[in-house]
Design a protein around this ligand. Structure first.
Ligand code: SF4
Length: 413
């Protein structure tokens, strides 16, 4: 159930409590990758400077004080020039003071726009973590993906990232690609491991709605691997990375020495966050809301000092609980039923009143979930089907309790 929101709620949504994690969306890339459904556009011919002005305006208006984490994503933030990066981070620092509060400051980068000078500049500006989009180590796959960099550029970008000793480095990779043999992926991953990254995000290719790849799939121009092959890729990847000292802490995320992405872990904990920039989503005081996408309209709203909000919703308590399980089960740490209520903002947990446990037990009987000392986790059999298993909990949004939960925290009902 989603409830209507009041003007008071709308005012509250403009600001976020001190410490709230901050996401900044920069919507420009060199070119649009064929599989990508993020909101991003090729920079050429766009009013990049004007859009940056607008994003900085929104930062000055809405960014929380002393965010715990900062994530600058997109798009391709590394596409910005050094002067633009200095200005953006200067605005961020003056408004939020993030450099003294954030335990992690990540910037997404692509190989074609990352060099040692930019890495040093980002580190000087307070960035602690770089996430580089490698995606593949094969020239023909990069071409199929519509990527604009070469494999050699990826390795040079990694070397540049490592030129500043204290920066953590994540590499993004995609596997189970049309025509890819498991042995190709195994060889590529060995080369990646030889680099010694702190963190890997390795995703099974998906054919998202409204992408060129989806159209090609429907037209029969590309063929997805079958379920059996995908399962083999998934299981081999998890086992190999565990042996290599990068165990999975989430379905598609692997870290050495516990160097998880704290910003993303907050999403999986169904925590609150504030997003600025075109299309950015926020979750504050139990409400979720998103900015509009069209860049011209976004700039116009910022110039006239109005809000960029395009939509908002206030999920009811059971919808929030379902989302908490849906997200939390993605993590290897799993989650406890009482903890899920706390994260969903529902007080006074009791086993008998918890509709999520009914689903969890059913999934347990099927062998997809297991419960150890009160913590629910996916089983080895459940991990490859994590999306489908976790999605079962989203049905909770339609739950009608036999007795309503006791008073919900103010503003969350
Ligand atoms: S570089 Fe990243 S954000 Fe940009 S189009 Fe490619 S995948 Fe999407």
């Amino acid at each position: 159930m989603t409830t209507r929101t009041t003007q008071r709620d709308d005012e509250l949504s403009l600001s976020a409590p001190r410490g709230t994690p901050l996401y900044v969306h920069l919507p420009f890339c060199e070119a649009k990758c064929h599989y990508c459904d993020f909101y991003s556009v090729p920079a050429e011919g766009q009013n990049v400077a004007g859009t940056l002005d607008a994003i900085e305006h929104e930062i000055r208006e809405r960014a929380p004080e002393h965010p715990r984490t900062v994530f600058v994503g997109g798009g391709t933030p590394s596409l910005l020039g050094i002067d633009q990066l200095k200005r953006l981070f200067g605005t961020l620092e003056r408004r939020s003071g993030f450099s003294s509060s954030a335990r992690e400051v990540t910037v997404e980068c692509n190989p074609e726009s990352l060099n040692a000078e930019k890495v040093r500049c980002l580190a000087d500006l307070g960035v602690t973590r770089l996430s580089i989009g490698f995606q593949s180590l094969r020239a023909e796959t990069l071409e199929l993906f519509g990527r604009v960099h070469s494999v050699a550029q990826s390795f040079r970008a990694y070397e540049a990232a490592r030129s500043v000793g204290h920066l953590q480095v994540n590499l993004d990779l995609i596997y189970a690609i049309p025509g890819q043999a498991l042995s190709d992926w195994q060889a590529d991953l060995e080369r990646i491991l030889a680099l010694g990254p702190d963190h890997l995000s390795a995703y099974n290719l998906t054919f998202e709605e409204d992408t060129l790849f989806r159209r090609w799939l429907e037209q029969g121009r590309v063929r997805a691997l079958n379920d059996e092959a995908e399962l083999e890729f998934f299981q081999w990847t998890r086992a190999r990375l565990r042996r290599a000292g990068l165990p999975a802490y989430e379905v598609s995320n692997f870290a050495s020495n516990g160097l998880f992405c704290a910003h993303n872990v907050n999403y999986w904990h169904n925590g609150e966050y504030l997003g600025v920039g075109p299309s950015a989503v926020s979750k504050i005081r139990g409400r979720r809301f998103g900015n509009l996408k069209p860049l011209g309209e976004y700039r116009r709203r910022m110039a006239e000092g109005s809000s960029a909000e395009a939509w908002h919703e206030a999920p009811g308590p059971w919808a929030r609980l379902g989302e908490t399980w849906w997200l939390g089960l993605r993590l290897s740490e799993g989650l406890r039923a009482d903890e899920a209520w706390t994260r969903a903002g529902i007080p006074d947990w009791s086993d008998a009143a918890d509709p999520a446990l009914e689903i969890a037990r059913r999934m347990g009987d099927g062998g997809w979930l297991e419960c150890t000392e009160g913590t629910w986790r996916l089983t080895d059999r459940g991990w490859p089907l994590a999306d489908a298993v976790a999605r079962e909990f989203l049905r909770l949004k339609d739950h009608v309790p036999s007795a309503a939960p006791k008073a919900l925290p103010r503003g969350l009902s």
